[in-house]
Structure formats: structure tokens, C-alpha cells
Design a binder for this molecule. Structure first.
Ligand code: 5AD
Ligand code: FES
Length: 351
């Protein structure tokens, strides 16, 4: 393994962080470590939700193929380019292109073309992250060659049995893991993460999630609370946690990941903001260092509903930019405008 295991993050101490430690002192420890590694700076990634067309049927997700209530859209190449150019002009250090999963050659080719176009027009300065799901090694390689730098693929849970309960039989935990390892082998900066508060998930399981992320050498971590979507099968399971508990656990997870993988990039995610209007600020104060403001054209935002209550669906990119700057300032941090903020973890891992 390339990552160093610290005594501070063995299984028992992770469980303690998630369940027993006083929250304020846990968050303070994690935040101190975050400022040591990153300073009082927040990295921005502009999130473009390029399409909600999806071939998969995850039991929790609002844009699963089985949800006939979702109106499907695909941004065209010009729309994607315009959103990315806006991000570059506004000194967002990087963008994330995220989409429902499709597993065909036309979509592979489409993103290859889009990436080449972005690089031709905007050069190499901007970090480009893809979040397009499970694909073959060859496709990942082509996208890397076309100019992508990073890839986000959540494992969702490190427990294969829990994974099997929240996904249809045709989707496998093993495949997801193989994809993550392929991405790492190919040289991507790799991000992964889990959902927090899933039915049947306990603190032990979440502690193992953190060990998984650390041991797989993940450079970036994005985690958020599971929020039941009424038009999905998993919503039939009563939510296990109250909102307050879910928020507490989500923030503890951020803090514990910071302590377990000090130099990772950790996102204060949109789902956190969905369960608390100040969720992102609280995430930053618990050790996260990345925020991913939505820069999807407004007309599509309402259709990319992975879960209900998703924030910023009525706002546009300009408004979110100002809002975010204010919010980050309000907690005494600064946005690292125009900087890619590559995870130190990646540099260490590949040195
Ligand atoms: N609640 C919270 N997060 C969700 N995601 C999908 N559906 C939900 C939900 N109902 C997350 C998954 C996926 C990411 C793009 O969104 O973790 O990997
Ligand atoms: Fe979108 Fe605050 S970030 S309105």
C-alpha cells in the first residue's frame, strides 16, 4: 500500500470518532489538521451535470433508468463548452463533468471530443474531473489522453453485501472496485466516497469505509448523507436517522476522513447542503477543503434530482458564485480562486 497507516486511525479509534468523541473537539482536531495542510483556503470545482440519461438502476437514485417521472436531457457540446468557459473566466480552478451512466461507444466518443475541445480552447490550466461512472479501461485511457485529469467514482459503501442490497443484481461491488483500481493505474487523480445513513449501515461499517478509502489510496473524498427519493425503491425503507443525527454523522465522517487521510481533498458536498442550509460551511469547519458549486445551466438543474430537496435548482451560476464567496468568508476562509488545488495526497502517492 502506498498510504501510511497512522495509529491515530485504527478501527477502534475511527469508531470512537464516529460515535463517542465530543463533536466539537473532533471537529476542532480535524479543522486544525486541514489548516495545517491547506491553510484557510477552500478549493472550488464547478459541477456541470451534463446529462441525466442513465443506463443503471441504483435503488436509491432519482435518475435511475426505472424512474419514468424524470424528464431526460443531454447538454450538447456547445452548452458544455460554454459552462466550462464560464468556470475558467470566473477563475474556478477546476470543473467536474458528471452524468448518468451510459456504456456505449457514442458517449465515449462524445466526451473524448468534448475534452479535446476544452483543451484546445482553454489550454491545460483548468483541472478537469470526470464523474461518468463505470467504463472499460480503454475508454478511461482515451479520456485521459484527451485531457481529463481526475475521476470521481463512489464505491457507495465498502461492504459488498450492503452494496448488493442497494443495487440491482446486474451491478457489482467488485466491478466498481476494479474500475477504481484501473483509474489509479492509468494515472488519474482518483476520488471516491460513500453515502452516509443507508438502511442497514452502522458505525462499524462507516469506519470500514474510511479504512477502505485510505487503503485504496484515494486522493479525493466526496461523501454525503443518503436522502430517500420518493420515486425510488429504497425509499420504502423508513429512514433510520433523524436529520440532526444524519448531519452529525456526516460531519463526523468528514472529520474522521481528514484525520485518517490528512492530505486528501475532501468535499463538503451538495447533499450536506440539502439537509442543512449551512451544511457546506459546517463541513468545511469539520475538515473539508473543497466545495463544488453547481454550474449546470439553470434550465436543466431541476431534472438532475438524485434526491429530493437538492439545493440551488432555482439559482444560476452567477448567483451561486456570489453566495458561496460570502458563505466561505463568513467562516473566515478564502476561496483559492484560479487554483487547481491538486490533492497533496496524489503528489505523495505518485512521487
Ligand atoms: N441520496 C444521497 N446521495 C445520492 N446519490 C445518488 N442518490 C442519492 C441519494 N438518494 C449519490 C451517489 C452517487 C452520487 C453521484 O450521488 O453517491 O455516487
Ligand atoms: Fe447556490 Fe448559494 S450556492 S444559492
Amino acid at each position: 500500500m502506498t498510504t501510511k497507516k497512522t495509529a491515530a486511525a485504527d478501527h477502534a479509534s475511527l469508531v470512537r470518532m464516529l460515535r463517542d468523541e465530543d463533536f466539537a473537539s473532533l471537529a476542532a482536531r480535524a479543522y486544525a489538521l486541514k489548516t495545517e495542510v491547506w491553510g484557510k483556503r477552500v478549493a472550488l470545482r464547478g459541477l456541470v451535470e451534463v446529462s441525466n440519461v442513465c443506463a443503471r438502476n441504483c435503488l436509491y437514485c432519482g435518475i435511475r433508468r426505472g424512474n419514468a417521472k424524470t424528464a431526460r436531457y443531454r447538454m450538447d457540446e456547445d452548452e458544455i463548452l460554454a459552462a466550462v468557459a464560464w468556470a475558467a473566466e470566473n477563475r474556478y480552478g477546476s470543473v467536474v463533468l458528471q452524468s448518468g451512466e451510459t456504456d456505449d461507444e457514442p458517449s465515449a466518443l462524445f466526451f473524448e471530443r468534448v475534452l479535446r475541445h476544452i483543451r484546445a480552447e482553454l489550454g491545460d490550466g483548468l483541472g478537469i474531473t470526470l464523474s461518468l461512472g463505470e467504463r472499460h479501461r480503454d475508454v478511461y485511457r482515451r479520456w485521459l489522453d484527451a485531457g481529463a485529469n481526475r475521476y470521481l467514482l463512489r464505491i457507495e459503501t465498502s461492504d459488498p453485501e450492503l452494496f448488493a442490497r442497494i443495487h440491482p443484481a446486474e451491478q457489482s461491488w467488485r466491478t466498481r472496485l476494479e474500475c477504481l483500481r484501473t483509474l489509479r493505474d492509468l494515472g488519474y487523480v482518483v476520488g471516491s466516497g460513500v453515502m452516509i445513513g443507508l438502511p442497514g449501515q452502522d458505525v462499524d461499517s462507516l469506519a470500514r469505509d474510511i479504512e477502505f478509502l485510505r487503503d485504496e489510496g484515494v486522493d479525493m473524498v466526496g461523501m454525503g448523507p443518503y436522502i430517500a427519493h420518493p420515486d425510488t425503491p429504497l425509499a420504502a425503507y423508513a429512514p433510520r436517522l433523524e436529520r440532526e443525527q444524519l448531519l452529525d454523522l456526516s460531519l463526523r465522517m468528514i472529520a474522521a476522513v481528514r484525520l485518517a487521510i490528512p492530505d486528501a481533498n475532501i468535499a463538503a458536498t451538495t447533499a450536506l447542503q440539502a439537509i442543512d442550509p449551512e451544511g457546506r460551511e459546517k463541513g468545511l469547519l469539520a475538515g473539508a477543503n473543497v466545495v463544488m458549486p453547481n454550474i449546470t445551466p439553470r434550465k436543466y438543474r431541476g431534472d438532475y434530482l438524485l434526491y429530493p430537496g437538492k439545493p440551488c435548482t432555482e439559482e444560476d451560476s452567477e448567483l451561486c458564485r456570489g453566495c458561496l464567496e460570502r458563505r466561505v468568508k463568513s467562516i473566515g476562509e478564502e476561496i483559492a480562486w484560479g487554483e487547481r488545488c491538486d490533492p497533496v495526497h496524489f503528489e505523495r502517492r505518485t512521487r
